[in-house]
Design a protein around this ligand. Structure first.
Ligand SMILES: [Fe+2]
Ligand SMILES: [Fe+2]
Length: 220
C-alpha cells in the first residue's frame, strides 16, 4: 500500500467508528398495537364506557319522565354492565393501584372512595327498580343521583387524580402496570373483553335509538 493510500485508510478508521462501518440494518418499527397502553389511558378508556352508560341512563330517565315506552331490559342491562365492568373491575383497580399511591391527595381519595360505595348502593337500587321502570317512576331518582355523582367523579379522576398518578410512575412501571391491568382485563372479560363490552353498550344504545352519534349534532 503506498503512503498516500495508507494515510487515507488510517484517517477513515479514525473518522468513522468501527461500529458504524459494521452497523446492522435497523430493526423494523414495532407496531403500536403491541406496545400496550399506559395504566391511565386504560382507566380513561374505561371512563368512556362509564360515560356511555350515563348516556343510556339519561335516555331511560327521559323516557320514564315523559311516559315514552322503555324497551324491556335496557335499563337493567346497562346497570348490570356498569356493576360488572365499572364497579367490580375499574373501581377495584383504582382502589388497589391508584389510591394508595397518591397520599398527597388524601382528601380527594376519601371522597372518591365514599362515592364508589354510594354508587354501588345506587346501582343496586337501579337494578332492583329496572323491571318496573316505565310502569312507575321510582327508578328516576337513583338514575339522576348516579349521573349527577359520576360525571364530576370521573372528570376529577381524569383531570386531577390520573395526571398526578401518571407523573409518579417511571417508564418501566408504566409498562409493567399497563401489562398487569391488561392481563387482568383479559382474564375477567376475555381477550377481546373491552371490545365486547363496547359491543354490549352499542346493543343497548340501539334498543333506545341513541346509537347514531350524528343525532347529537345541533341542526343548522
Ligand atoms: Fe373512581
Ligand atoms: Fe374511575
Amino acid at each position: 500500500m503506498d503512503r498516500s493510500r495508507r494515510s487515507f485508510v488510517t484517517a477513515a478508521a479514525v473518522l468513522v467508528p468501527a461500529t458504524l462501518l459494521a452497523a446492522p440494518a435497523p430493526a423494523p418499527a414495532k407496531p403500536a398495537k403491541e406496545e400496550g397502553i399506559s395504566p391511565t389511558e386504560d382507566l380513561m378508556r374505561e371512563h368512556g364506557v362509564l360515560d356511555r352508560v350515563l348516556l343510556i341512563y339519561e335516555e331511560c330517565g327521559r323516557r320514564i319522565e315523559t311516559h315514552v315506552a322503555l324497551p324491556p331490559g335496557a335499563l337493567g342491562a346497562a346497570a348490570n354492565l356498569l356493576a360488572r365492568f365499572i364497579e367490580e373491575y375499574h373501581e377495584k383497580n383504582e382502589e388497589q393501584f391508584v389510591f394508595p399511591r397518591v397520599p398527597q391527595m388524601a382528601g380527594l381519595v376519601k371522597v372518591l372512595r365514599e362515592q364508589h360505595l354510594a354508587g354501588r348502593k345506587v346501582t343496586a337500587a337501579i337494578e332492583r327498580l329496572a323491571p318496573t321502570a316505565g310502569k312507575d317512576q321510582q327508578a328516576l331518582e337513583p338514575i339522576r343521583q348516579f349521573v349527577r355523582m359520576y360525571r364530576p367523579h370521573a372528570a376529577r379522576e381524569d383531570t386531577v387524580l390520573f395526571p398526578a398518578f401518571h407523573d409518579l410512575l417511571g417508564k418501566k412501571e408504566i409498562e409493567e402496570m399497563g401489562d398487569k391491568l391488561e392481563d387482568q382485563e383479559h382474564k375477567l372479560f376475555g381477550p377481546k373483553g373491552f371490545e365486547h363490552v363496547v359491543e354490549e353498550l352499542a346493543g343497548i344504545e340501539r334498543t333506545l335509538g341513541i346509537e347514531n352519534l350524528a343525532q347529537f349534532t345541533p341542526a343548522g
